[in-house]
Structures are given as C-alpha cells and as structure tokens.
Design a protein around this ligand. Structure first.
Ligand SMILES: Cc1cc2nc3c(=O)[nH]c(=O)nc-3n(C[C@H](O)[C@H](O)[C@H](O)COP(=O)(O)OP(=O)(O)OC[C@H]3O[C@@H](n4cnc5c(N)ncnc54)[C@H](O)[C@@H]3O)c2cc1C
Length: 395
C-alpha cells in the first residue's frame, strides 16, 4: 500500500486526503493548526469576478489551470460526494447556473456549491432579514436597506431581543452553542413566532449563521415549522460557523475512514519522502503532499509587522508595504515545483489569489487534481488531464 503524508488541514488537504483514501492508499495528515475553513462560510467558490456568471461552465477559460468541462464537473462531483459522505447537506445536482448568497452587509456574493443551511438565489427575490440584538455583525436594518438599494427588490427586517442568558462576551460560536441547546432553540422559536405574522407569505426568512454548530439542520427545520416560512442562514464575518461545521464533519469522516491525524509543525519535507517535525518526530512516506496554505498564496503569510513568512520553513523572506500585491504573485513556490515525491496544492501554489478573485473552491480542486495526478496517485475524470497551462505560467 502506498503511504502518503499530507501537510496541512485546510480544504486542500482534506480534499486531497479524501481522494487518496478513495484510491485505496494510506494517508496521514499532519498539521500545526486548523486550516482556513473556519474563516469562511463553507461555500466553495467557483467563478470569475467580472462578467456573466450565469453559467459557470462558460468561465472555464478564466481559470489559471486549464481543465476540460468534464474534468471540472468530475472534480466538483467528487467534492460533493465527500461532503455528502461526511453528512454535509450539499445538493444532489451541481448548480447549472451561478448562485448568489446575501452577506451580512446586504450585498449579493456569487457562490457555487452551497450547503442547504445557507441562503442562495439565482436572481434577487424579496426576503425578510432577522437581526439578533447582541450579536456583532448582525445589523438587519442596514443589511435590508443595502439589499434593497443594490437589487431594487422588496425586503423587510426585524430585530429580535437578546435572550436572558446573554452576556457581552458572546461571540458567534457561543451563540451557536446556545441555539443547539433545547432552551436556546425554544427561545428562538418563540421569538420568530412573534414576528412571523408580519412576514408576507412565501418570503424566505434569513437569520444569522449561528443556528447551531452540531445540529443546524434540526434547528432550521424547527424554525421552519414554527414560522411556516423557509428559514435559511446568511453568512457572518469570520469565525464562521458554516466552515466550522464542514471542517468538523469532514475531519470526523476522514478519521472514520482510517486517516491518521497528527498535530505538529513540519520543518522539513525531503524529496526522499522524509518528513521531520519541530518536536523531533520523523518518518518516511512514498509521497508528500504539501497543502500548507498561506494567506498570500505561494505558501506565504504576512505577520502584523509586515514580514512575509514561508509557512513551511520558518523563514522570513522579506517585508512588504501596502500595494505590493503584484510582486507577491512572484513569490512562493510554483504549483509544479514538485519533485517526484513532493507536490504542492491549494494556497501553497502561487499565481492564484482566491481571496481576491473569489475562486477558492476552484483553486483547491484544480491544484489538488494537478498535484495528485502528477504523482500518479489518483485519476479523476477522463484521461487527457491537465493542459500545459498551469498556475505557475499565468501572466
Ligand atoms: C477570510 C477568508 C474567507 C474566505 N472565504 C472563502 C469562501 O467562502 N469560499 C472559498 O472558496 N474560498 C474562500 N477563501 C479562500 C480560501 O481560504 C483558500 O482558497 C484556502 O485557504 C486554501 O486552502 P488551503 O487548504 O490551501 O490552505 P489553508 O486552509 O490555509 O490550510 C493550511 C494548513 O497548513 C497548515 N500548516 C501550515 N504550515 C505548516 C507546517 N509547517 N507544518 C504543518 N502544518 C502547517 C496550517 O495549520 C493549516 O492547517 C477565503 C479566505 C479567507 C482568508
């Protein structure tokens, strides 16, 4: 059996591990901390920032890695399958059109694969926003006004008062734990029942994304029964419950399937397959997949003092000032900088800025596919695979 070590625990590492396990290989994940999923609401983005997003498949040529429509479809289907196996409620069919979610500032944000708990629409529709008094970032009046202004569509809102247990220390995670409890769910049901007579029939009710960490599906169902309206969440700024739920369930599912999770900082990944951790542990693998992220892409992150660090080696590569975005694209590791036994994927790869382009899901799928294919570890979709254009060659 081939032994593969994956460095990192972000979405790229989890997706790679799922593919590796599915192909029947042994997989170890080693990570120094949680990945970026808890930063985002958990919708895997796939689109170009401008132009017509009504048909995402028409945008394939805008992706830094060139894959055929069939390969993209196959990768998205693999992701959907892994999410479903982990108990994440993603739709049975991939969307055939671009979707929009509504943010807490009332703006429409293009999204692609959206778990059932989060609101997404093909075109702007009337909605009813609910704000929670005492929950930072939930400002329903502002959100509603902005949504109406930007879309020209009717909307309304209400604000529900804090529960008696609330204290000023409550953040989104604490709110979610409260809603998961019987008392918290009852409080929310009663609060929404009071306002539901004001809500026009058929309007979806949008509540902040704190409707439980463990039981969001149960909780949302209970709220729908209580109000007689479809009830969905809108995403809040990080930390984000949607991403946490996905990470929790996906990690649990991988552990069930035999993936071993180790905590530690990798200080050396050698072409021989040798992995060394800061605490002195070391072992050898047949392949190493480096998915150690980097907020800037290319495996680089920036600290508050402006220093740019390599996420894998503890090196400081330099300092940056604001507006050096373009040069950053030149730094870091290339996507195809792999040796026969080491390959990089996810935000480790330079030349693709998912945070700027809202294309994080595509980055993950395409770079993992490219890396694992090159290692000969998996074959997704029909042969013919990756074109010569790779993220390292983007102008
Ligand atoms: C605020 C925010 C919101 C976003 N929202 C979305 C969204 O809604 N949809 C979307 O598609 N994309 C979104 N993105 C983009 C998305 O985060 C990236 O595409 C994604 O981070 C890439 O994941 P990754 O697995 O490559 O890296 P990461 O998620 O950054 O994971 C890196 C992992 O490597 C580990 N690691 C690093 N160095 C070492 C080491 N030396 N040893 C061991 N482990 C190490 C880290 O601990 C971590 O577990 C968002 C990004 C941000 C910042």
């Amino acid at each position: 059996m081939t032994r593969v070590t994956v460095v990192g625990q972000g979405p790229a590492a989890l997706f790679a591990a799922s593919l590796i396990r599915e192909a029947g290989h042994e997989c170890i994940i080693v990570s120094e901390s949680e990945g970026s999923l808890p930063l985002w609401s958990g919708t895997f983005d796939f689109h170009a920032p401008v132009g017509d997003v009504s048909n995402p498949w028409s945008l394939l040529d805008n992706q830094p890695i060139s894959l055929s429509g069939q390969e993209w479809k196959s990768l998205w289907e693999s992701l959907a399958r892994f999410e479903r196996e982990a108990g994440i409620p993603v739709p049975d069919l991939l969307p055939s059109r671009g979707l929009f979610t509504i943010t807490c500032t009332g703006r429409e944000k293009p999204v692609f694969m959206v778990p059932a708990w989060q609101y997404a629409q093909e075109a702007a529709q009337p909605v009813w926003f609910v704000g929670f008094d005492g929950l930072a970032d939930s400002m329903a009046a502002f959100q509603c006004g902005a949504y109406q202004k930007h879309t020209g569509v009717e909307a309304n809102y209400c604000e529900i008062p804090k529960p008696s247990k609330w204290t000023p220390t409550w953040g989104a995670v604490r709110w979610a734990a409260y809603v998961d409890s019987d008392g918290g769910l009852d409080w929310l049901k009663r609060a929404l029942q009071k306002v539901s007579p004001d809500i026009p029939p058929g309007w979806p009710v949008l509540v902040p994304q704190v409707i439980g960490r463990k039981f969001p599906e149960r909780n949302l169902r209970a709220l729908q029964m209580a109000t007689g309206h479809p009830v969905f969440e809108y995403p809040l700024p990080p930390p984000s419950l949607g991403g946490m739920r996905i990470r929790d369930r996906w990690v649990w599912n991988l552990k069930q399937s035999g993936v071993q999770f180790l905590a530690g900082r990798v200080t050396l990944a050698e072409p021989s397959g040798q992995i060394s951790l800061e605490d002195g542990r070391e072992w050898r693998s047949d392949h190493i997949i480096v998915a150690s992220g980097g907020i800037l892409g290319g495996g680089l992150e920036i600290s508050v003092d402006g220093k740019v660090h390599d996420t894998l080696r503890k090196e400081v590569l330099g300092s940056i000032t604001v507006r050096q975005d373009l040069q950053m694209q030149e730094w870091g590791r290339l996507a195809d900088d792999g040796t026969p036994r080491i390959t990089t994927c996810g935000a480790q790869c330079r030349g693709w800025n998912p945070n700027r382009d809202s294309n994080g899901g595509a980055l993950i799928l395409a770079t993992v596919f490219q890396g694992l294919n090159r290692e000969g570890l998996v074959a997704v979709g029909p042969p013919g695979a990756v074109s010569e254009r790779s993220v390292s060659h983007v102008e």
